[in-house]
Design a protein around this ligand. Structure first.
Ligand SMILES: [Zn+2]
Length: 85
């Protein structure tokens, strides 16, 4: 059986390339038995979907914030990190 380190690598790689039959079987077997890897694989899939949705939303949305608004937010963030409460 593959260990968790190998499985976490496959969990990521399966989004970049098609896994071989043996890899897919080993991955599924491991994930069935290991809730840590199951959770990790689920979180990766969730993140990937969220990032894709965000990218799609960014591509279709209207005007962006003005330079003034961005500067104002940046100043507020600076203040917040200097004086956290
Ligand atoms: Zn595992």
């Amino acid at each position: 059986m593959m260990n968790c380190k190998e499985i976490s690598r496959l969990a990521s790689e399966r989004f970049d390339r098609e896994l071989g039959l043996l890899e897919r079987m080993r991955f599924r077997m491991h994930v069935l038995m290991c809730h840590h890897c199951r959770r990790y694989a689920r979180q990766l899939a969730f993140l990937r979907r969220a990032i894709r949705r965000l990218a799609a939303a960014r591509a279709t949305r209207g005007p962006r914030l003005s330079a003034e608004a961005r500067a104002r937010i940046a100043r507020r963030l600076d203040t917040a990190t200097q004086d956290p409460r």
